[in-house]
Write a protein that binds this ligand. Sequence first.
Ligand code: KIV
Length: 272
Amino acid sequence: MSIHKKEEKKVTTHVLHEMKSRGEKISMLTAYDFSMARVVDQAGIDVILVGDSASNVMAGHETTLPITLDQMIYHASSVVRGVNRALVVVDLPFGSYQGNSKEALASTIRIMKESGAHAIKMEGGEEILESIKRILTAGVPVMGHLGLTPQSIYKFGTYTVRATEDAEAEKLIRDSKMLEEAGCFAIVLEKIPAHLAQRVAENLTIPVIGIGAGSGVDGQVLVVHDMLGITNEFSPRFLRRYANLYDLMKGAVEHYITDVKSKDFPNAKEQY
Ligand code: KIV
């Protein structure tokens, strides 16, 4: 008898490269817990990102900076238990890799050992290249993240579109090439002009996944709480809402409260 979960064709970094080669778009969503990861995986998503956006949507922080490595490992291990098919990528949180490449590798090893995830994601280009190379040497797949990098929000000052000026756009193009040459298996581009994102995707052989980066890239990622409408105060132009779960859930809770107060719940069939 096998002790492993029922085998399905798993999404690997190799599968993602093949998808790019044949022009098949890659779907990616965040998840932070077992139940949501099960839904998203069973719906057939290709990649699940345990994003440090957990700091915002799970913990209620204003930025992604406060979330810790221990908290990311907790979220990631919960997600991994709910996933059968998707590739699970975990964000290295702020403060767990910027110090030096040794620290970056130690943080990565903790994530891989303690959560069972398949890859990690890091924000930045040339500045973190040494760390990326060291992690790749240890055999861990790395996804890059360029453009709007929320861990640097206090450097940018705002969440507006990045790389609209030539100098920043040129650095982004250089960084994306460096990440590919270093061995990253994919890159996320966040909130940059669509024509620039398309140029980067056409320049690279590795998949480029966009969020607010237009349709000319190899795949799309959204924060699951945003696209399901669980959060309702965040409405950037790039966000398409596929449901309004906030109202649905609030309505259900209001209904429950009414039933409890009116003594409608539980009824005779709902007790022992
Ligand atoms: O943390 C996150 O959810 C992300 C996505 C926005 C790409 O990094």
